[in-house]
Design a protein around this ligand. Sequence first.
Ligand code: NI
Length: 260
Amino acid sequence: MLVDSHAHLDFPEFDPDREAVIARARAVGMVAILNVGADLESSRASVALAEQYDFIYAAVGVHPHDARTLTPSGLEELRALARHPKVVAVGEIGLDYYRDLSPRPVQRQAFADQLALAAELGLPVVIHSRDALDDTLAILRGWTGNGVLHSYSGGPERLEEVLAMGFSVGISGPVTFPNAHRLRTVAATVPLDRLLIETDCPYLTPEPYRGRRNEPAYVWYVAGAVARARGMPAEEVARVAAENAARLFRLPIRTTDERR
Ligand code: NI
């Protein structure tokens, strides 16, 4: 059993062969894919994909890169989209001080506005934070919901803080890279019930396909690297991470977890 908790199958990289990519995901045991919006257009496209495929779910939100595009009417459209039964989260939202494609005060405002929307709708959030963990956690401290720090890059030293706030940690393809020692330490130490695995496809392609386009089926390589770091079977990592995703995003998939 396998869940890809962060994919962008609506992106143009998949236009030539989207059907085949989705079929390969099913073929390797994928029971759910969370397709995550990055702006209004991809949020709409995520909902459309979720309508088309039973095992695809959607998150809607505006990425910090595009924070400058989030207008009051855009926020209204997100609110309307988020009421769709297959929308299970608000995301991806957050702060990116690495590329700074929107001014930082604008990023912080868009993040806060979308956190408020998630709280209003009772949805968890998918958070993108790059070179901005201090401000990300400062903003989250004033917020009461739940969610995941996707493609977590804060290092082992910030993990305790993130966990104390109740958030889950998303591990993606870079955990397979030979020099990713710090990320493997994170993968080995995050409590099993807070671990999610993801591709962030078409980006962050794991070894042995690094440098090529990523796709949901490759989340197995992420599970494999996490499993080696923890000294446990990859199937077990995949199963537990799937159960965690199902619990966090309230996915109506059958898992062996009786507590749900
Ligand atoms: Ni993403």
